[in-house]
Design a protein around this ligand. Structure first.
Ligand SMILES: NC(=O)c1ccc[n+]([C@@H]2O[C@H](COP(=O)([O-])OP(=O)(O)OC[C@H]3O[C@@H](n4cnc5c(N)ncnc54)[C@H](OP(=O)(O)O)[C@@H]3O)[C@@H](O)[C@H]2O)c1
Length: 320
């Protein structure tokens, strides 16, 4: 199966390494890579892990026309406020009847319902497992293993950067030092304020609500407050009374509609949500037939994001 990559940062490089590692069992080939500043690489026999980038294609349309692929993997930078340019990239792929796999939350958070219909009309697959909790199965779990189940709500601690920052502050470090520690782990968005101000979590909440609860919301509709006002002093005070803070997102179906909220919540140390440290994430799905179901990713990293993309590619390959 031929793959074109839009974006070759942390996630792109980890995916390329994983494809290389599993090439005997899964004959996937990356035939083109397009980036913002590094240029564009093409090779119908497979682009090297350290690509020899040439001049950048003048547009994504030009890139997609030249990189003849079966699937387009969209892994450019997140813009939680608009979903662009990823949204247009995905539409350009659909227009060429290419399957799309993405880890970019923006498009699903902004236009899931429209994109799902457009993919159906184009007769292609559209997969996005790694948009929330990397490769931990959430959408696959619900769609493939919970027939007839309705998701009524969710509660999640889903932003690794905030967890790393909060943990650093518990040890007396500053917000900036915490962000730097998260950056070294490769889990921070290009603009860390997206993590700290709760935008990344709001985008994930919008993805969960749109896909699992048929909401038609965007991150802008979510009642959002991040961890920007936290200080090491406040964290130290809280730990003395066996409390901590986590950036929690909550979604609920109410008679008036779906309520979505992102907040830095003060939690007892014994609360399961407070047990989430570092790059671990926890999501509870509240359902009609299965009660509450928890999915936890322990010490996730970029390899797990790559796995989420890879598992979607394996699914797409089965359709061919
Ligand atoms: N990192 C994670 O743990 C993780 C987890 C789940 C989901 N994601 C999502 O995966 C996506 C990629 O994350 P990342 O960590 O790999 O980001 P990254 O390291 O910042 O890489 C982004 C890549 O996108 C390219 N790019 C940006 N704008 C572009 C444009 N307009 N056209 C073409 N290429 C463009 C950049 O080009 P240059 O290299 O030339 O700058 C870079 O190669 C994001 O949407 C993120 O939210 C990441």
């Amino acid at each position: 199966m031929r793959i074109a990559l839009l974006g070759y940062g942390n996630a792109g490089r980890a995916l390329a390494a994983l494809i290389q590692k599993k090439r005997r069992a899964f004959p996937f080939r990356i035939v083109g890579i397009h980036t913002a500043r590094h240029g564009t690489a093409y090779d119908s026999n497979g682009v090297a892990l350290e690509p020899d980038f040439g001049p950048a294609a003048r547009s994504v349309d030009e890139f997609l026309d030249r990189a003849a692929s079966d699937v387009v993997v969209e892994i450019t930078t997140l813009n939680p406020a608009t979903g662009e340019p990823a949204l247009s990239h995905i539409r350009a792929a659909f227009a060429r009847r290419r399957h799309v796999v993405t880890a970019n939350k923006g498009p699903i958070a902004h236009a899931y319902t429209a994109l799902r219909s457009e993919a159906q009309r184009a007769g292609v697959a559209f997969r996005f497992e790694s948009t929330v909790m990397d490769g931990a199965p959430i959408f696959n779990l619900v769609h493939k293993t919970l027939p007839g189940v309705k998701v009524r709500g969710f509660t999640g601690v889903l932003n690794s950067t905030c967890q790393v920052v909060i943990e650093a502050m518990r040890k007396g470090a500053s917000m900036e030092d915490g962000i730097e520690a998260a950056r070294r782990l490769g889990v921070t968005e290009a603009d860390a304020s997206y993590d700290i101000d709760g935008w990344d979590t709001a985008a994930k909440a919008a993805v969960l609500a749109n896909v699992l609860m048929d909401a038609r919301v965007t991150p802008l509709d979510i009642d959002r407050r991040g961890i920007g006002r936290l200080t090491p002093e406040r964290m130290s005070e809280l730990s003395k009374s066996r409390k901590t803070v986590a950036l929690v997102c909550r979604g609920r179906t109410r008679p008036s509609g779906i309520r979505l909220r992102v907040r830095a919540e003060v939690l007892d140390d014994t609360d399961p949500l407070a047990s989430i440290r570092g790059t671990s994430n926890l999501l509870f799905l509240h359902t009609d037939l299965m009660g509450t179901l928890g999915i936890s990713e322990v010490s996730g990293g970029i390899e797990q994001t790559a796995f989420g993309l890879f598992s979607d590619l394996v699914d797409v390959a089965k359709l061919k």
